[in-house]
Design a protein around this ligand. Sequence first.
Ligand SMILES: [Zn+2]
Length: 67
Amino acid sequence: MHRSRIEPVWKEAGVDHRKAARPSKKPKAVKVCVACGRAFTWRKKWERCWEQVRYCSDRCRSLRRPG
Ligand SMILES: [Zn+2]
């Protein structure tokens, strides 16, 4: 009696290539809010006055004001 032996055939063509390295985007500017102390990232609305931005939001800016 002959026993038919089936051997698994591995094809390299089907190998799933996964790139571990992600294309890193440009690091966005980050500042720390002087009111709440939390870090916040650059936003489109600050593109013209980013250097003067100190608060993460208008809310924090108003909190800073006395009254
Ligand atoms: Zn804040």
